[in-house]
Design a protein around this ligand. Sequence first.
Ligand SMILES: [Zn+2]
Length: 142
Amino acid sequence: MSIQLVRNIFRQGYIQRVLNTTNSIAKYSSQLPSGDEVIDDAEPINIKNPYKRENRQCLLCKLNLTPDYKNVRLLSQFQSMYTGRIYGRHITGLCKTKQQQVEHAIRRSHQVGFMPRYHKYPEYNNDPKLYDPEKPIRPHPY
Ligand SMILES: [Zn+2]
């Protein structure tokens, strides 16, 4: 095999590669941004903050519920079935506003006589639990 032949083969390979690249440039140039749009790498790109915390909402805020003194079934979820105690925020996980509204509604419901003070209606005992009173979300404040 002469040196000339080897050179020719390499040259052809080089020419083939150049042709392939020009073909692929022609193929994908339509997808590239046109010459008018200049992408500046130094400019910051506007993207969402990936470190932003998600907006935490309590149960009632998420469902957009306002506790009402006539809604005994909902209110009795926030009352102990043994002692009738109104659970605190560290157990229910409600925000301050909703917790105050719930406590106010429960007290009003007691006054009006819709809800018993020292126990929960037994027919509501098997309702699905909104939270676990045995495992508070936060430790007890005192
Ligand atoms: Zn809330």
